[in-house]
Ligand binder design. Structure first.
Ligand code: A2H
Length: 253
């Protein structure tokens, strides 16, 4: 952990259609509220390239009332932090409408704010940590080695992971370009480090570092309102846009 708080953005991915298991668990329990999965990201400028959302299949989540009209699906830990940041009916208090397993959320269809693919599926990722962010991760495989390698793994072993191949029927979207790796940074870095599986944890940590440095400090946007601008300049602008449009909330921890 670094010094000082991490400034994330919580992306509001509105549920469009629940998986059958989640539908059964949730039916009648949210009081007519709109429900959102809310991943915490450090890279709001990459949201154009979202292809799916991840939850930890063995983790527990809650559906938490944020106010009378909205509820968020996040970890209990995430909800508790949110309750001190204006994201709960009463400061410091969480209202959990129900608890739900990560595995039952898989297959749910959600909106992807700013995404070129407007609606995406929730998929399982075993490396999601319960102790970071909201326990929900939005997936941008063009720029995140973890996201790229996990979606490749799910494609190879769809049956084992209990995912429908149609949930993985997407192409990667070029979001930013770097001199060294072109416009699909994560793929090139994973190739360079010969990463084959999510179990290559050490190499993946290195890949994450390299992709982050190249993309963030050396990248230029190739999509969206700030195409042509350095990634560093675009990041706060996309972040502000998402929040102003009501598509995201600031989240720190
Ligand atoms: B990032 P840091 Cl394109 N478990 O968002 C595992 N990973 C988590 C998580 C959790 N509970 N919560 C958030 N994350 C991911 C985009 C992205 C991210 C890109 C490139 C790199 C990247 C799309 N996924 O992160 O340890 C989220 O993925 C690499 C740093 O707090 C979040 O930002 O620094 C990032 O890890 C936060 O990681």
């Amino acid at each position: 952990e670094g010094v000082g708080p991490q400034e994330y953005v919580g992306i509001k991915m509105e549920v469009v259609e629940w998986s059958p298991a989640a539908k059964e668990a949730i039916d009648g329990k949210v009081g007519g509220r709109k429900v959102f999965l809310v991943p915490a990201t450090l890279r709001p400028e990459t949201m154009y390239g979202q292809t799916n959302c991840f939850v930890g299949p063995t983790l527990k989540y809650g559906v938490f009332a944020i106010n009378d009209s909205e509820a968020y699906v996040v970890s209990h830990r995430g909800a508790r932090n949110m309750a001190f940041q204006g994201l709960s009916p009463t400061r410091g208090e969480v209202i959990q409408l129900l608890e739900i397993d990560g595995a039952s959320i898989v297959g749910t269809r959600v909106k992807a704010p700013l995404g070129i693919i407007p609606e995406v599926y929730v998929l399982p990722m075993e490396s999601v940590k319960a102790t970071k962010g909201t326990g929900v991760v939005t997936s941008v495989p063009s720029d995140s080695p973890d996201d790229y390698i996990t979606t490749q793994e799910l494609r190879k072993k769809a049956e084992y992971y209990k995912v429908d191949p149609k949930w993985l029927d997407f192409e990667l979207i070029p979001v930013l370009s770097t001199a060294k790796y072109g416009n699909l940074t994560a793929i090139e870095v994973c190739k360079e480090l010969k990463i084959q599986s999510p179990k290559d944890a050490k190499a993946l940590a290195d890949a994450k570092e390299i992709a982050y440095k190249e993309g963030f400090y050396g990248g230029t946007m190739v999509i969206g309102d700030f195409a042509g601008e350095p990634v560093q300049d675009a990041k706060p602008k996309v972040r502000a846009q998402l929040i102003d449009m009501g598509l995201a909330v600031p989240y720190a921890e």
